[in-house]
Design a protein around this ligand. Structure first.
Ligand code: S3P
Length: 424
């Protein structure tokens, strides 16, 4: 499906965005590890989280309810399904479940995914899991799906990861729950910490000291959780409001975990009119964000912010086009390993709509302010790229046509509805 997004003169609105994808995946996965029935309120209904639910059901868990609220009854015995488990487009489903399934003694599982997921690197998860005793094989020297897992009794490890990846970290932590000794896991910069927070809230023996996590094998207690709005979805509206000349947007009930609010920090560094307040804290902070038309200045994105804004970094190109001076993103080669090569997708797309931008191996450089003329871009079947260029259309001169827009289903199926709400 292609969509044409036309420029709009005024942006106003009090909105809520879809529930958090990362927390939804974890809520479903962790509830099946708990000793009893758990309840998940307001989970995200989107293609990625449906992949997680289906995988969990295929191994025997019962997930009952509708998308307002689910009850999860863990299986007494995990089933090794006859057919492979389909993870769709979801890296989080795949990597977290690799940790999970590796620790199911006597189980045998095969994971596969769509074209994009089948290209994404898995060795980053295979390596630490193997050190724990996992038996995993996959295509391209065990780096790509399909992957087979023969479950084992695992051992804790002391591991220092070269990359700040919450998916790798979570795979190891999940695998540790059923292991026979402690894991001490260190990452170079702090990536999103939903797993650590939720494990702690649900009774795991976990301690965090700066970038190091100490987790002892643990049982999780049954829990009830409300999933707040996704800051990664809110980010499109936050950026739209900051770059638009006549705008004010208030976003309610949005997750404000400080390992996810890098985009707000970037906007503050750029001088944006943005503020937020936290209303609730446990187990995940959430609250309100307000942002209005801003005069932005170019910045170089600090390294430690990168993991906390990892999914929002494509939006930095749009911010850079509106900011006075140079905006530089470096040390973000991870972007090439997401649902698409996001550095290439952003640079190609920006050029197609009349913006000058320099591609770097590990990021991009852009000199602003520039006008966005408009044109035709491809989503590369990547949900975040599709939404980025829809936002670009609103602030363009002639509009933007986004090809293959249907991929927004992956994380934010009602994106267009909410966008219409703020076009006044
Ligand atoms: C996620 C972690 C991030 C992020 C992804 C979701 C998670 O990936 O890009 O969209 O839920 O743990 P990495 O941790 O691999 O950077």
């Amino acid at each position: 499906m292609d969509i044409q997004i036309l420029p709009s003169k005024r942006i106003r609105g009090k909105i809520e965005v879809g529930p958090d994808k990362s927390i939804t995946h974890r809520a479903f996965i962790f509830s099946t590890l708990a000793e009893g029935t758990s309840r998940i309120k307001n989970p995200l209904k989107a293609a990625d989280t449906i992949s997680t639910v289906k995988v969990l059901e295929s191994i025997g868990h019962r997930i009952i309810g509708d998308w307002k609220s689910f009850e999860v009854q863990p299986a007494e015995n995990i089933v090794s399904p006859e057919i492979p488990l389909f993870c769709g487009n979801s890296g989080t489903t795949t990597r977290l479940m690799m940790g999970y399934l590796s620790s199911i003694e006597d189980g045998f599982f095969v994971l596969y995914g769509d074209e994009s997921l089948s290209k994404r690197p898995m060795l980053r998860v295979v390596e630490p899991l193997r050190k724990m005793g996992a038996v995993i094989h996959g295509r391209n020297n065990d780096n790509n799906l399909p992957i087979s897992i023969k479950g084992q009794r695992l051992h804790g490890i002391t591991y220092s990861s070269k990359i700040a990846s919450a998916q790798v970290k979570s795979a190891v932590l999940i695998a540790t729950l059923k292991a026979d000794s402690e894991t001490i896991y260190t990452e170079p910069y702090k990536s999103r910490d939903h797993t650590e927070r939720m494990f702690k809230a649900f009774g795991a023996d976990i301690k965090v000291e700066e970038n190091t996590i100490f987790l002892k094998p643990s049982k999780l207690k049954p829990f009830e959780i409300f999933v707040p709005g996704d800051i990664s979805s809110a980010a499109f509206f936050i950026v739209l409001s900051a770059i638009h000349p006549d705008s004010f947007i208030e976003i309610h009930n949005v997750g404000l975990n400080e390992t996810r609010t890098g985009i707000i920090e970037i906007l503050k560094l750029m001088g944006a009119n943005i503020e937020y307040e936290i209303k609730e804290n446990e187990p995940e902070p959430f609250g309100t964000v307000r942002v209005s038309s801003s005069k932005l200045k170019g910045v170089e994105i600090p390294n430690e912010i990168i993991p906390t804004a990892i999914d929002e970094l494509p939006l930095v190109a749009l911010l850079g086009a509106f900011a006075e001076g140079e905006t530089v993103l470096k040390n973000a080669e991870e972007l090439r390993k997401k649902e698409s090569d996001r550095i290439k997708a952003v640079v190609d797309g920006m050029k197609n709509i009349g913006v000058e931008i320099e591609e770097l191996e590990d990021g991009f450089r852009i000199e602003g302010p520039q006008k966005i003329k408009g044109g035709v871009v491809d989503s590369y079947m990547d949900h975040r790229i599709a939404m980025l260029f829809a936002i670009a259309g609103i602030v363009s001169e002639e509009g933007v046509l986004v090809r293959n827009f249907e991929c927004v289903e992956i994380s934010f199926p009602n994106f267009l509805e909410i966008l219409k709400e703020v076009l006044k």
